[in-house]
Unconditional design. Structure first.
Ligand code: MRU
Length: 367
C-alpha cells in the first residue's frame, strides 16, 4: 500500500543485505519511522513491544527473526533457542508458531553453513505468500460489499464496521479485514468504514484510521461502545474483523471487544464475518473459549494513554487513580454460532468444522 504516495510493505530486507527494515507502528499515527532490526533480540523486542503487530505480520517477523539469529549461530541449538525466544514473545497469534515451525522444518536437514541463506529465502517466500493470501481474501470479501451495495439499490455507500487494526499494517500488505474494503474501494464501490477506536492500545484510532486516510477510504472513528447503537439504527451493513487464532470449528479469537460487537450484530441481524488467512487457523483446536491462551498485557496500557498535544509533542498521561488495580486482557473469543462466515484465501467458509474442511480438505481431522 502507499504512504504519502510511495509503495511500502510493513517489513522488507534492508539495503545492507544483513538486516530487516520495519515500520515502527508504536509511532503511528503521529510519526512515520522505519526501524532496522539487526539481530534476534531486536526482532523479539519488535514483536513483544508491538513495533510490529497483527497475527500475519508477527509470523513473518518471527521468520525474519530466525534469519537474523542464524547469521550468528546456525547450529541446531541456535535454531532451537531462537525459536523458543521468538515463540514466547506473543502467545495468542498462532501465525507465529506456524511461521517458526515452517522455517525450522525446512532448515533442519541442511548443513549449518547453508542455513542462513536458505532461511532468508524462506522468510521472503512466506512474506510474498502472505501478500497473495491477503489479496485473495480481499477479492472474496469484496463480493460481500458488492452484494450489500446491490441490496441497498446502489443508492448509498456500504457501511462496514471493523474492530482493531486488521489492515495492511497487520500483515505484509493488503490486510485481512480491510483487504475487501480496499478491493471494493479501488473498484469504485462506495464504502465507508466505522472504525472502533479499540481500547486499550487504540489500534483502530491510531492505525486503521491512518491507513484508511492514506488510501483515501471514507471512514469515521467511533468509541468502542458505539457499534451497538449504530447497528440498532441500520447504520452498519456488515462487520468485518480479523483474527489472531481461529479454531477448526470456526471460533474466532480476535482483539478484546470483538465478542461484544458480534453479540450486537447477532441481535440486530447484521452479518458478521472474520477475514482469516489459513495460517491463522489452529486446526488442533475445537473449543476457542476453553483452549486459546489469552495474552494479558501490561496494566499501563489501560491506566495510561498517549497522544499528541497542541505543542506537537507526544505525551503519556494517567487516566485513573494511581492506586486502582487494572486488568488488561488483550483478546477474546467469538463463538462460531455468532460468526456468519469466514473469509479465507480460498473463498468464504461457513463458521463450522464442516465449512472450513470443505475449503481445506487436506486439514480435515476427526473431531
Ligand atoms: O494485539 P494486536 O494489535 O497484534 O492484535 C491484532 C488484532 O487483534 C487484529 O484485530 C487483527 O484482526 C488480527 S491480525 C490481522
Amino acid at each position: 500500500m502507499r504512504v504519502d504516495g510511495r509503495p511500502y510493505r510493513t517489513i522488507w530486507p534492508a539495503e545492507d543485505g544483513r538486516s530487516v527494515d520495519i515500520i515502527d507502528q508504536t509511532k503511528l499515527p503521529h510519526r512515520f519511522e522505519i526501524v532496522r532490526l539487526q539481530n534476534l533480540s531486536e526482532a523479539a523486542h519488535a514483536i513483544r513491544e508491538m513495533l510490529v503487530r497483527g497475527a500475519p505480520l508477527i509470523g513473518v517477523t518471527g521468520a525474519y527473526g530466525l534469519v537474523l539469529a542464524l547469521k550468528d549461530d546456525p547450529s541446531d541449538a541456535g535454531l532451537d533457542s531462537a525459536r523458543a525466544l521468538l515463540l514466547a514473545t506473543r502467545p495468542t497469534a498462532v501465525n507465529l508458531a506456524w511461521a517458526l515451525d515452517s522455517v525450522a522444518a525446512e532448515l533442519r536437514p541442511l548443513n549449518t553453513s547453508d542455513r542462513a541463506d536458505a532461511a532468508f529465502r524462506i522468510a521472503a517466500r512466506i512474506a510474498d505468500e502472505d501478500v497473495s493470501t491477503c489479496r485473495a481474501i480481499g477479492a472474496h470479501g469484496a463480493r460481500l460489499i458488492q452484494d450489500a451495495y446491490a441490496a441497498n439499490g446502489r443508492r448509498r455507500a456500504v457501511n462496514v464496521l471493523t474492530h482493531c487494526n486488521a489492515g495492511w499494517l497487520a500483515t505484509v500488505d493488503w490486510g485481512t479485514a480491510l483487504a475487501p474494503v480496499y478491493v471494493a474501494h479501488d473498484s469504485g464501490i462506495p464504502v465507508h468504514v466505522w472504525v472502533d477506536e479499540t481500547r486499550p492500545r487504540n489500534q483502530g484510532a491510531s492505525l486503521t484510521a491512518w491507513e484508511l486516510l492514506q488510501h483515501g477510504v471514507p471512514h469515521t472513528v467511533i468509541a468502542d461502545n458505539v457499534g451497538g447503537h449504530l447497528m440498532q439504527h441500520g447504520q452498519v451493513d456488515l462487520c468485518l474483523v480479523g483474527s489472531d487464532r481461529t479454531t477448526a470449528t470456526g471460533d474466532v479469537c480476535n482483539k478484546i471487544g470483538t465478542y461484544l460487537k458480534a453479540l450486537a450484530a447477532h441481535d440486530n441481524g447484521v452479518p458478521f464475518y472474520a477475514c482469516v488467512p489459513s495460517t491463522t487457523i489452529d486446526w488442533s483446536l475445537s473449543d476457542g473459549v476453553r483452549d486459546i491462551p489469552i495474552e494479558q498485557r501490561d496494566g499501563r496500557e489501560v491506566s495510561e494513554i498517549s497522544g499528541m498535544g497542541a505543542d506537537g509533542k507526544v505525551a503519556t498521561v494517567r487516566l485513573m487513580p494511581a492506586g486502582s488495580p487494572v486488568a488488561n486482557y488483550a483478546f477474546d473469543v467469538t463463538p462460531a454460532r455468532l460468526v456468519t462466515g469466514i473469509v479465507t484465501e480460498r473463498g468464504i467458509a461457513g463458521a463450522s468444522r464442516a465449512g472450513l474442511a470443505e475449503l481445506f480438505p487436506e486439514m480435515r481431522r476427526s473431531p
